[in-house]
Design a protein around this ligand. Structure first.
Ligand code: DGL
Length: 287
């Protein structure tokens, strides 16, 4: 049975039926989407919450990095690619496992696609609950830190706190390299930390929002760079809970091995094999 097709309107029946369990094809995957390997930090949490869920992990490696692109470029890529991917793979749910894409294009993509879409937005709310000094750091891409979406989260959840933002594009490259088994220099990690600390009031930061899904892949190294008095927070556990909630009652059957899908057939993709299979993605294919 098809995954899609609208659920009957509640008025079609006496009581709104819980149709989720029988209209969704059990083999229909959850599709996670990022510009690169960052979304694997989200996938790791989704696996813990839903170990039986069939997964397609999609990386727009031909468009990486998103963080240096304009809003129009990111929105066009994300909407176009997700349109193609949802048509081809018929996912039951899409997770945009990328802060840059979500803060720019989540609303727009939700308007044009019928599939439920879960986004990834900076974890400012939990950070505001954690900070003792009242000063929160936020590390993201250049594009994410300038978004009105982040201003709105700050206004809504971090009233009375200070939120200092810095871009750390080199950490995206570092995470991509690390998952390809290449060494990552400690200088690169220190630069991200220093940029945030160098902002006025930056030495009071005790909580850092990792507002790019690539960054939790370097959390151990970032902890060294920031020192023991700084805690990190990111959105992946909350996203996994949200996906589990939205798919509750649905059955899952893994009819084929979980796979990683890439938009560009660059030679580097092969080097990701071990990291992908560590995340349960045992097949690689190209769009
Ligand atoms: N992983 C993406 C994010 O969460 C960004 C990486 C990029 O610049 O493409 O923002």
């Amino acid at each position: 049975m098809s995954t899609f097709g609208k659920l009957p309107a509640p008025s079609d029946a006496q009581a709104p039926p819980d149709t989720r369990a029988f209209v969704i094809d059990p083999a229909s995957p959850i599709l996670l989407f990022d510009s690169g390997v960052g979304g694997l930090s989200v996938l790791a949490e989704v696996r813990k919450a839903l170990p039986d869920a069939p997964i397609i992990y999609a990386a727009d490696n031909a468009g990486l990095p998103y963080g240096t692109k304009t809003e129009a470029q990111v929105a066009a890529r994300v909407a176009g690619l997700l349109g193609r991917m949802t048509e081809r793979f018929r996912p039951r749910l899409v997770c945009i496992a990328c802060n840059t894409a979500s803060t720019i294009a989540l609303g727009m993509v939700r308007e044009v696609l019928e599939v439920p879409i879960v986004g990834t937005v900076p974890a400012i709310k939990p950070a505001a609950a954690m900070t003792k000094t009242g000063t929160i750091g936020l590390l993201g891409t250049e594009a994410t830190i300038r978004q009105g979406y982040v201003d709105r989260l700050e206004g809504e959840f971090a009233g009375g706190k200070r939120l200092l933002r810095a871009a750390a594009p080199e950490l995206v490259e570092a995470a991509e390299a690390r998952l390809r088994g290449k060494p990552v220099s400690t200088d690169v990690l220190a630069r991200g930390a220093d940029r945030l600390r160098a902002l006025p009031g930056g030495d009071a930061i005790d909580t850092v929002v990792l507002a790019c899904t690539h960054f939790p892949l370097l959390e151990a190294e970032l902890a060294e760079a920031f020192g023991p008095d700084v805690a990190f927070v990111h959105g992946a556990p909350g996203i996994a809970r949200r996906i589990a909630f939205l798919t509750q009652g649905q059955s899952f059957v893994r009819a084929e091995p979980d796979s990683a899908l890439f938009t560009g057939d660059d030679q580097d993709v092969a080097a990701l094999g071990p990291a992908l299979s560590d995340h349960g993605l045992t097949r690689i294919h190209f769009l």
